[in-house]
Design a protein around this ligand. Structure first.
Ligand code: FES
Length: 569
């Protein structure tokens, strides 16, 4: 080994880690050096710790449009701190341009990244993501590889404006589309509104899944202060990117691993923050999957129990009125953590090597401006933003975002109308001959993990003819998900799902269904003898014939377990 190799191995494995196998270690180092030299790297470069930078730029992921600038800033930070940056591509999951849903590919992205983290020579990694599934996929990979890692998101979009009204993706996309379907907004207006819904680069700027994950990851200590909320187009985001690069070099030298940061206590903090921001129901699936990669058993009841104790403090859509740039202006996640400090474990270690307590003490920003961030004594809403339900329709559990549901539907019994596929919804929902009423319960099935990869189609629209009568919400129940930006009285993640023979598969149009959110139940009011007859006649769908979709459908577990592949836990 040369003196440079020797120096590198004392601080980290560096570029001579994870050598390609040729059956001759000397030759492996020799040929690696030749190819690194070909990239313009000299011996001084080769002695530095290696920081991998995950590039999830894609023209199909419009939310990541500013990522190339962030990558340059991270590289600058890495070089300033004495590391050597290596940027590498990982599949990018853009929520809006992927069919049928990015959720079908979250685990594929996690697998791809895990293999890159464990086969290429790097001492730490900066996980650059943002759009909904990218952050959970990256953290699942980092958890499994347990390589020193730090998260950097692209940050939220700025807010749009239409005739003085603030607009944003995608709570207002859904609200305005409902107004258009009801006839209150015309063709020309909806076209103008469309141009203002996503007015800049960045992720959706309401408390959807991307914002939720960005906030809980910062709360968990896996990113730097303010990294969750600084706007995508701000200079602060560039400064955070450079600081993230410098921190990644420190991580490479210290060897601090994700398993030291993402502990059970850190997940508990994250779930407290999830409740306080009335965050996306998708975070329940993602946090469960990440935790299980680390051998931590987090289940639906953990989310429910914490949500019953923690009120909603953050006033952002869809549960509130404001947007992520407002949350950032009012102090971002550090201010929120200060508001929650009586209930958090502040002694957890963060990615900086400091405790959360020390990190909060050092974070600047507003200390007492309480517009978007309320206090525990003066919350936006009481506890219970998220409720997990059980019952004859969901023996293994289901989830409802009570904070974004209609109070008058929290206890509701009605007649079921069943949709077996999204194609059926598209073809028949607005057909007045179905004679649906606001009291009907709409069942959307076969869109669970096995059935369809779990698209965000649980929030099927209110039928157009009812919307025109002023109906804005109905009880909807499904084995799929909904966007974190959506709202309504919508029971999601019903488990087990219809495609594996769960009770949702046995419902027939005309059955009575009862939802009792305060009582935590969702039941099919059909007697057991009839259900047994239906069960005996049930034919389950066959899995796809080949490729990733077959591997996914035959190995994915249910939403309550995080919808990970059973062999990746
Ligand atoms: Fe990318 Fe909303 S579509 S974050």
């Amino acid at each position: 080994m040369s003196s440079e190799d020797d120096q590198a191995s004392q601080t980290s494995a560096g570029v001579f880690g994870r050598l390609t196998s040729y059956g001759d270690l000397g030759f492996s180092r020799f040929i690696r050096r030749a190819f690194l030299n070909s990239a313009g790297l000299d011996d001084e470069d080769l002695a530095r710790p290696v920081v991998g930078i995950v590039n999830t730029t894609s023209d199909f992921t419009t939310c990541h449009r500013e990522m190339p600038q962030l990558i340059e800033a991270v590289k600058r930070g890495v070089l300033e701190a004495g590391g050597i940056p290596f940027v590498f591509p990982v599949m990018s999951l853009g929520e809006i341009l992927t069919n049928p849903t990015t959720m079908l590919f979250r685990n594929l992205m996690a697998m791809e990244l895990e293999e890159q983290l464990t086969s290429q020579p790097m001492d730490s990694v900066v996980l650059l993501g943002g759009c909904d599934k990218t952050v959970p996929a990256e953290l699942m990979a980092a958890a499994s590889a347990d390589l020193p890692a730090i998260q950097l998101v692209v940050g939220p979009m700025t807010v749009g404006d239409y005739q003085g009204e603030r607009l944003g993706a995608c709570t207002d996309c859904r609200r305005m589309w409902t107004e258009y379907r009801s006839g209150r907004v015309g063709e020309q207006e909806i076209a103008q509104i469309n141009a203002e819904l996503a007015p800049s680069a960045g992720t959706c700027m309401v408390m959807g899944t991307a914002s939720t994950m960005a906030c809980v990851v910062e709360a968990m200590g896996m990113s730097l202060p303010f990294a969750g909320t600084a706007p995508s187009v701000s200079s602060q985001r560039l400064r955070i990117a450079a600081a993230t690069g410098r921190q990644a070099v420190e991580l490479a030298r210290s060897g601090r691993r994700p398993s030291e940061v993402m502990t059970g206590a850190a997940f508990r903090n994250a779930i407290i923050v999830l409740a306080a921001i009335a965050g996306s129901t998708n975070a329940v699936i993602h946090l469960t999957a990440i935790a299980r990669r680390l051998g931590l058993d987090i289940g639906l009841d953990d989310f429910h129990d914490i949500a019953q104790q923690i009120p909603v403090l953050v006033n952002c859509k869809p549960a509130g009125a404001n947007y992520l740039p407002d949350l950032h202006r009012d102090g971002g996640v550090p201010a929120l953590l200060r508001a929650l400090e009586d209930v958090l474990d502040l002694d957890v270690l963060t990615v900086t090597g400091k405790t959360l307590r020390d990190q909060l003490a050092a974070a600047d920003g507003p200390q007492d401006y309480q517009d978007t961030i309320r206090t525990l004594d003066d919350p936006l809403q009481g506890p219970g933003a998220l409720v997990t339900l059980y019952g004859s329709l969901a023996p293994d559990g289901a989830v409802i975002k009570a904070a974004a549901a209609s109070p008058h539907l929290m206890v509701h019994e009605g007649v079921a109308h069943v949709f077996d596929s999204l194609e059926e919804v598209e073809a028949t929902l607005d057909d007045e001959s179905l004679q649906l009423t606001p009291e009907h319960v709409l069942i959307m099935r076969n869109i669970g993990p096995v059935g369809a990869g779990m698209p965000e189609a649980g929030s099927i629209p209110v039928p157009r003819y009812l919307a025109r009568q002023g109906v804005r919400d109905m009880v909807r129940i499904s084995d799929g998900r909904m966007s974190g930006t959506a709202y309504g009285t919508i029971v999601l993640h019903v488990s087990p799902e219809a495609a594996v023979g769960g009770p949702l598969a046995l419902v027939r149009t005309g059955d009575r269904v009862r939802l009792d959110v305060p009582g935590r139940t969702v039941d099919l009011l059909v007697d057991e003898a009839e259900l047994a007859r239906r069960r005996a006649a049930l034919a389950l769908p066959s899995p796809p014939a080949r490729g990733w979709r077959r591997l996914y459908a035959t190995t994915v577990n249910q939403a309550a377990q995080g919808a990970d592949l059973d062999f990746l836990r």
